[in-house]
Design a binder for this molecule. Structure first.
Ligand code: ATP
Length: 514
């Protein structure tokens, strides 16, 4: 645990030091769970968004984009169920005065049990070596089976109590498990209460005529209310999807863990409209497609897993999370949900407008079913950034900090250095920049020794460093150094563009999707 916390602290301080993420309004001591993306962060975020948009909209001729506004008619949130049910169960510790999500306290407790299972598995794997059969071990080892049963029983009870709105039982569960406040160690808890996560605001100038509004807590509803407009104007036939990226706001009770859980964040969502009855196959397809998008970035298959929900939201008939191994353990990164016709039917009911599709083949009208894929852009940022940050011990015993971002997403693709600040080398380096900048984000750096400049760009995540030396003036060649291998090659200036493109081109990365 201590090691994990340490790693996570390094991620946060690296993000600040290298201009990726800052606390919001830091000069006023920041605002809890609100963050700003700095010069490098904004580029990485834009590249992730673009990578998602191309995979979803550009590469699928049956998916179109949308940019709906953050403010929506307030009835939207009545219809969607957010006014009545977008709640989290909260509990306060009376001694530390700290507030927690009751369900998260229990889930963290279960995560500890799961950690024990992982430990047993790791021990056994070491003991049995190559003969180790994990599946068999997990099924038959007495201790592991007991842990597993305990975890399942606790989660089942939590799920049931939440579903039945039995908050007293959630508190009882916390007491029975003897869960203590992580800050103070005290077990002196208040009752569990529901807390609505939507931020309210007002539209209009005078207090009496003003209309109560909400900042949207998800982008999805903007898609649902526009379903028929988009379908008609694009002449899309079912199955088809609508994708959008944009800000969402949630007054999260517990907002720790840096950009993992923020009060203002960005979502990338796609709603795929289908014929009722076909949801199972589309759900499976979208699970697979989204996973292959993740894997195309090369962060390691072992860092992803599906977590199929046992407890389903009221609108869903199947739901799965794509979980990622964050520095603090496996946590939800993206959700794939089979939402039935819940949303469109509700908007139809509340608006009194038909939201139906006429299916030519079937010769009938119906309210389409929906498969949703929903990923947090900031969470994706954290996933990539935290996995990319490495400390490597080099052959000579020294260490280097390197940010091995997938090069397609790196904020700067190449840095160009003159070996010395004279003899016409800066001029040639700037000429190279002037040529490359039309295709890539590049930067110029002439400060410090070249070795230091390499280290700086390694830590910045820049895939290539290009050094201009005296030989360059004679034969128009430069050295190009690769961030990950640190290999250096002498290449013609004329070839630079092609070399960089081959490595960072979005097409070749996207083609890794199955
Ligand atoms: P969690 O259980 O972590 O609160 P959720 O199940 O409420 O998440 P959804 O409503 O399904 O999340 O939202 C879809 C995605 O939006 C999530 O998978 C996550 O990546 C992202 N997301 C949700 N809430 C936040 C937040 N507060 N900060 C950053 N990203 C978020």
């Amino acid at each position: 645990m201590a090691r994990q916390e340490d790693d996570f602290k390094k991620v946060i301080s690296h993000a600040k030091e290298y201009g990726y993420v800052f606390k919001s309004s830091e000069i006023y001591d920041g605002l809890s769970a609100v963050y700003d993306y700095a010069q490098n962060g904004v580029e990485l975020k834009k590249n992730i968004r673009e990578y998602w948009w191309r995979a979803m909209v550009q590469l699928n001729d049956n998916i179109v984009g949308l940019d709906a506004s953050i403010f929506m008619h307030p009835t939207t949130w009545k219809a969607s169920g957010h006014v009545d049910a977008f709640n989290d169960p909260l509990i306060d510790n009376k001694d530390s005065k700290k507030r927690y999500r009751a369900d998260v306290l229990v889930e963290d407790y279960v995560a500890k049990i799961e950690g024990k299972i992982d430990k047993e598995v790791a021990k056994a794997a070491k003991r049995f070596g190559e003969d180790f059969d994990k599946e068999q071990f997990v099924k038959t080892n007495q201790r592991v089976v007991e842990y597993q049963e305990r975890a399942t029983t606790i989660l089942k009870r939590l799920g049931k109590s939440l579903e039945n709105e039995d908050l007293a039982d959630v508190k009882k569960l916390i007491e029975e498990l003897e869960i203590a406040c992580p800050m103070s160690g005290s077990k002196n808890w208040t009752d569990v209460k529901q807390f609505n996560l939507m931020f309210g605001t007002k539209l209009g100038a005078s207090a009496d005529s003003a209309m109560d509004l909400y900042l949207r807590p998800e982008t999805a509803q903007g898609i649902f209310v526009n379903f028929l407009n988009v379908q008609k104007s694009s002449r899309m036939k079912i199955p088809f999807g609508i994708a959008q990226t944009g800000k969402a706001f949630r007054n999260e009770i517990v907002a720790r863990q840096f950009i993992f859980r923020m009060r203002e964040f960005e979502q990338m969502e796609m709603q795929f409209f289908i014929k009722p009855g076909t949801q199972k196959e589309w759900y499976e397809q979208w699970k697979e497609k989204r996973m292959s998008w993740h894997l195309s970035l090369g962060l390691g298959e072992e860092n992803y897993r599906f977590h199929d929900h046992e407890k389903l939201a009221h609108y869903a008939d199947a739901a799965s999370d794509i979980e990622f191994r964050f520095p603090f353990g496996f946590k939800e990164l993206e959700g794939v949900h089979s939402r039935t016709d819940f949303d469109l039917s509700k908007h139809q009911e509340f608006s009194g407008k038909k939201l139906q599709y006429f299916d030519n083949e079937e010769n009938k009208n119906y309210v389409p079913y929906v498969i949703e894929t929903s990923i947090g852009l900031d969470r994706m940022f954290l996933a990539i950034f935290s996995k990319a940050l490495k400390e490597e011990v080099l052959e000579n015993g020294s260490t280097r900090t390197v940010l091995k971002l997938p090069s397609v997403l790196a904020p700067t693709k190449a840095a160009v250095f003159p070996l010395v600040k004279k003899d016409g080398l800066p001029e040639l380096a700037k000429e190279i920049i002037d040529d490359l900048k039309w295709d890539f984000n590049v930067l110029y750096d002439q400060k410090d020794a070249v070795g230091r400049r390499y280290r700086r760009q390694d830590a910045n995540g820049t895939p290539f460093c290009i050094t201009v030396d005296h030989q360059s003036l004679e034969d128009q060649t430069v050295t190009i150094r690769h961030r990950d291998t640190m290999e250096q090659q002498r290449v013609a200036i004329a070839d630079l563009k092609a070399i960089i493109k081959k490595e960072v081109d979005m097409k070749s990365w996207l083609m890794k999707m199955k």
